[in-house]
Ligand binder design. Sequence first.
Ligand code: ATP
Length: 306
Amino acid sequence: IVQLYVPLNWFGTYYRAIQKNFVDMENMFDLMRVDSDVCDAPGAPELLVRRGGLEFKHVSFGYGPERLVLNNVTFKVAPGSTVALVGPSGAGKSTVMRLLFRFYDVNEGAVLVDGQDVRTVTQASLRAAVGVVPQDTVLFNNSVRYNIQYGKLTATPADIISAAKNADIHDRILTFPDAYDTQVGERGLRLSGGEKQRIAIARTILKDPAIVLLDEATSALDTNTERNIQAALARVCANRTTLIIAHRLSTIVHADEILVLKDGEIIERGSHESLLAQSGFYASMWQQQLESRNIVNGNNEINAEG
Ligand code: ATP
């Protein structure tokens, strides 16, 4: 089955908007630190990472005073489980991720990691526990090796190769002009979206965090790349607490819980099957994706397979 996606109706807006708004949270955090209101509480201890449980407790949040972007959002991600966030553009999915990373502090309620309010621990220890695989990774103007090693600066060359293999990018790297020493980024070799994402996965595998935040790529990738990336993502999420912003619902049918976010509120939640059975918003999103995929597959038989 070809998994290309043609944006239709509101899904189109939703897809394009995500692409435009996406930020590499780890890099952006560095950029924003200077003028962020968020700071460590005096004498704040480090986060005690146990098994990476996450909790939003009655969280309300707005970027400014005029409008709440999240309204009384409550959910848990049990250690080692996978929870998916879905919903239309502007629903607040990325905002949930930013609050987990403590880009901003909540107006009401609390964000807890392993039972500790993120406001009470150092930001550095929080960030060390959380790996982010953004949908569009910004690479440093440096070697491929450095871009992976950034996940753990003390990693050995063997660790880096092992992470690259697990992310299904090692063989590809060997085809670059200077293999791991190839310069990438704006002033070096231009990598495809799929390659960049696999480098981000390798980086996260090397970092080995208890918690992974994943923003699924929206851009259409070819079938093989898609399959490789799904396999690599499955490896980075295995045995880790995972929160994923999903755009292709087909990739999250096995999630432990799916949260449907709309206008800053969780309007439906449950497993894929139970949500389909509700015949509500999720079920209509699913139907819409099935229909658009059929159209793509129909076109594809004529255009792409030849
Ligand atoms: P998408 O799927 O398009 O990425 P989303 O569900 O991730 O959307 P968010 O990015 O969390 O949605 O945005 C939720 C709301 O908050 C939107 O109305 C958006 O315009 C607003 N918003 C996001 N970032 C900021 C910001 N830095 N300042 C002010 N408003 C913001």
